[in-house]
Design a protein around this ligand. Structure first.
Ligand code: FES
Length: 106
């Protein structure tokens, strides 16, 4: 696991998500809810839908825009069918304006 800079906190829309594509990583989503920042996988575990593109963030729940399955962005747990597999969630650290996440080594 390696701490990796994901984006600047100022790039994340408030109460919404930002898709981030890094080299050699699956697409990530960075979410800002109030003062809290979360990093998850961007691809819904039910299909290939992007959660930041068409998903609806309601509090800590992201609802997928394709079949309306949902996850809790704090721990990746499934909160609504048809999703059954939890979403990948990564530890986050803020360093100044930078958002860092601890990502698996590739
Ligand atoms: Fe997300 Fe089906 S692809 S709920």
């Amino acid at each position: 696991m390696t701490w990796t800079r994901i984006c600047s906190i100022s790039e994340i829309p408030e109460d919404d998500g930002l898709r981030v594509d890094l080299q050699n990583q699956p697409p990530l989503a960075v979410w800002c809810v109030g003062e809290a920042v979360f990093v998850t996988d961007d691809t819904c575990t039910h299909g290939k839908a992007s959660l930041t593109d068409g998903g609806i963030l309601d509090g800590f729940q992201i609802e997928c825009g394709l079949h309306l399955g949902a996850f809790d962005i704090r721990d990746g747990s499934v909160t609504s069918a048809p999703c059954t597999v939890p979403l990948g969630v990564y530890p986050v650290r803020l360093q100044g304006d930078d958002v860092l996440a601890e990502l698996p080594d590739t």
